[in-house]
Design a protein around this ligand. Structure first.
Ligand code: AHM
Ligand code: MG
Length: 321
């Protein structure tokens, strides 16, 4: 279909899949080999790094950094972008990723995930990539995806046309297409939010959650599900329908989740599956990033649910009850 294609993007996706197999192998043996617990360091976000965070980051770097397909990588775990030096042949793609999201759940065997985002470089070819290459809006991603290390290891990606899921078949060590053309229901079954922060939310979010509990008499009653591991919460809602929310609150005025390697890639996938992603006011994919580790409020999932949240927030802001 694309005679001009060089196959490099496909190869880069294979590289990510290879890194994911390594990470899956580590997570599967967690508890047996010495990978559990804290690494003793604090990452750029001020969060304690888990050993597996560090391992997963190293795996991504070593598998992807030397292939000649990317010019710069940026990771949640590294303060600055990591440019590919000239001797490793900087390529035409830019990879931003969260190597192991939800890592605080690792020690108790809850699903964790890798999230990745791929852009084309915007700086001239043939040199190491720069921060400028990393700071591109989600709308210009060429592909994005995530890997969930759950009861099975699943890789879900989109290159803009459809969303496809692959399950790692452990006996042959290969990802096999198990979920072609994933679409998400327009209206969800679930709402997912950390309700222990209720007192810190705006009146708008309180109204949204009251509605999802069916307390406002409008018949929006839904089931609550919150794992606290974004990839797992997102994956369930993508498959079954639902909305995940991580709002800004009085303690985290920008929210917690990061635009470049959490919100934007999942936003790209959900839109390709027929859903929506918003910061509460505008599509996540339209946000122009200004810094690498930028945070954003996130409302993501079924299209009509995201629209309902945006409407409710807007009317509360305008003082309409
Ligand atoms: P991490 O990138 O440090 O692992 O943090 C992100 C995780 C997400 O997986 C999850 O949705 C969120 O943090 C949960 O946060 P909270 O415990 O505040 O509800
Ligand atoms: Mg994360």
């Amino acid at each position: 279909m694309h005679p001009e294609a060089t196959g490099e993007l496909t190869s880069l996706l294979y590289d990510v899949a290879l890194a994911a197999k390594h990470i899956a192998a580590f997570t599967r043996r967690a508890g047996l080999v010495d990978v559990l617990g804290k690494a003793g360091a604090v990452n750029v976000q001020g969060e304690e790094q888990q050993k597996l965070d560090v391992l997963a980051n190293e795996v991504m770097q070593s598998v992807i950094g030397k292939t000649g397909r990317v010019c710069v990588c940026a990771s949640e775990e590294d303060e600055h972008p990591v440019p590919v030096p000239l001797e490793n042949r900087p390529g035409k793609y830019v990879l931003t990723y969260d190597p192991l999201d939800g890592s605080s759940n690792i020690d108790v065997n809850v699903s964790v995930g890798t999230i990745f985002s791929i852009h084309r470089r915007i700086t001239p070819a043939g040199r190491p990539g720069t921060l400028e290459d990393c700071l591109q809006p989600g709308r210009s991603q060429v592909a994005a995806g995530y890997v969930m290390y759950g009861s099975s290891t699943v890789l879900v990606y989109s290159a803009g046309r459809g969303v496809h899921g692959f399950t790692l078949e452990p006996t042959i060590g290969e990802f096999l297409l198990s979920h072609p053309n994933i679409t998400t229901p327009p209206l969800g079954t679930y709402y997912s939010i950390n309700e222990s922060y209720y007192d810190r939310w705006s009146e708008g979010y309180k109204a949204v959650v009251r509605a999802f509990k069916g307390l406002d008499g409008a018949g929006h009653g839904r089931n609550a599900r919150y794992i606290g591991s974004l990839v797992a919460d997102f994956h369930r809602n993508l498959m079954k329908g639902g909305v995940f929310m991580y709002p800004a609150d009085s303690k985290s005025p920008q929210g917690k989740l990061r635009l470049l390697y959490e919100a934007a890639p999942l936003g790209f996938i959900v839109e390709a599956a027929g859903g929506a992603a918003s910061d509460g006011e505008r599509p996540i994919l339209d946000i122009e990033p200004t810094s690498l580790h930028q945070r954003t409020p996130l409302v993501i999932g079924s299209r009509d649910d995201v629209a309902f949240v945006e409407r409710t927030l807007a009317s509360r802001k305008a003082g309409v009850s």
